[in-house]
Write a protein that binds this ligand. Structure first.
Ligand SMILES: [Zn+2]
Length: 397
């Protein structure tokens, strides 16, 4: 769908309302003398005042000021980016915004993978009981990982959550480090039995979440078992949450994997083709989700902007001026009037360095909208020694 007139009207209204309901955003608008009567169109999206990602960081303590109107009073809980220590982003969303967030994820998983047609899931993620235990408190309200808000999009399907709490290891950690920390890792036995079942009964299955866990655990699996699977007819893989460089948020797993290596390994391990992969780019600070498929030409995932959800702007790393050309690296800004009623998320500048390959459409799948690739981050991914929380050598078959 090409730039609908409504989108730009909705965007103008959203920018103005955000400024009226959020003092901090109003100040950002005033700083650049933003003209609220500006008729927004594709060519001037870069003029919308943006909120830099750093303002959402816990350490800056501005996240409460980013809420619009009286969202704080109605807020059930905060959403936290996936850093269990270090400096996470904190975002407050009310129900209507959460609905949009979920719809966006659903849309990606259905158009770039087969979510609605597949009923069996192997998730490299912990179940909700564990997610509920990872919480903080800010201004008297609980904060949970963003994952908590969207995990129920898988509801009604057979879910196999592989990330589990290891009591034995936790006790050992407490004894050896005197720190009370939970150790979670992958349940190898469950993975093995589930893969065997899926192969034998030809059960259509989606394997999803962190590519790091998948890569490491399946590499160990292969070394131990020396066997592969033929899931060519029934397996789909969904990766997401970034983390390709070994850092998800700031939780460093002490391990990294290159995307082409991951793809090759999974294809060999399961006898699947590259069209079975779906990647997903999203940030805690914005409700937009960008779905991706593997490109042999780029030897990388190409991510797609859905024009119904929003638009992107790419900014020069030094001057922060919008880059109009394709194939020039810059910082990614996500712009959307939808799903940001509770907070100033209408235009958010992230710390991801990306490169737009085509502003109009994807030459490979024909979808309309900009396509881009993620090249890196402006902030060095610091782990802050969090690796002790996650055990990657859980594979004890
Ligand atoms: Zn495409």
């Amino acid at each position: 769908m090409k730039s609908s007139k409504n989108f730009y009207e909705d965007l103008s209204i959203s920018v103005e309302k955000t400024a009226n309901e959020c003092k901090l955003y109003k100040n950002l608008c005033n700083q650049v003398n933003y003209d609220f009567d500006l008729i927004l169109k594709e060519s001037n999206l870069g003029e919308i005042p943006y909120v830099p990602w750093s303002l959402f960081k816990l350490s800056n303590n501005k996240f409460k000021e980013l809420l619009r109107g009286n969202s704080f009073e109605e807020l059930e809980y905060w959403m936290e980016s996936s850093a269990t220590c270090g400096d996470p982003s904190i975002v407050g969303r009310l129900n209507n915004d959460i609905k949009v967030l979920k719809a966006n994820y659903n849309e990606v998983f259905n158009t770039f993978s087969n979510k609605d047609k597949v009923n069996n899931l192997i998730l490299f993620a912990p179940d909700i009981r564990f997610i509920n235990k990872i919480k903080h408190k800010f201004y008297g309200k609980n904060a949970y990982l963003l994952y908590k808000s969207i995990v129920d999009i898988w509801k009604g399907k057979q879910e196999n959550f592989l990330l589990q709490f290891f009591l034995g290891k936790t006790i050992w950690k407490i004894i050896t480090t005197f720190k009370l920390r939970a150790v979670i890792g992958v349940n190898g036995r469950l993975l093995k039995s589930e893969l065997n079942r899926v192969e034998k009964d030809k059960i259509p299955t989606i394997m999803a979440n962190s590519p790091l866990w998948m890569h490491k655990v399946l590499k160990d699996y292969y070394q131990k078992e020396k066997s592969t699977f033929d899931l060519s007819e029934q397996l789909y893989i969904i990766t997401g949450g970034g983390g390709w460089d070994g850092t998800k948020g700031r939780v460093k797993l002490g391990y990294s994997v290159e995307k082409p290596e991951f793809i090759e390994q999974m294809c060999d391990m399961f006898n699947i083709t590259t069209d079975k992969f779906c990647d997903n780019f999203a940030a805690t600070e914005s409700p937009m989700t960008c779905g991706g498929h593997w490109s042999k030409y780029y030897n990388d995932f190409i991510l797609h902007v859905n024009n119904k959800q929003g638009r992107i702007v790419i900014r020069d790393i030094k001057s922060l001026e919008p880059i109009k050309n394709a194939r020039e690296p810059g910082i990614l800004e996500l712009i959307t009037p939808y799903g940001v009623d509770s907070y100033a998320g209408v235009a958010v500048l992230l710390d991801d360095i990306v490169q737009v390959e085509n502003w109009e459409r994807c030459p490979e799948c024909g979808r309309e909208g900009a396509i881009f690739r993620v090249l890196g981050r402006i902030t060095p991914s610091i782990g802050k020694g969090c690796s002790s929380l996650f055990s990657l050598d859980a594979f004890k078959l």
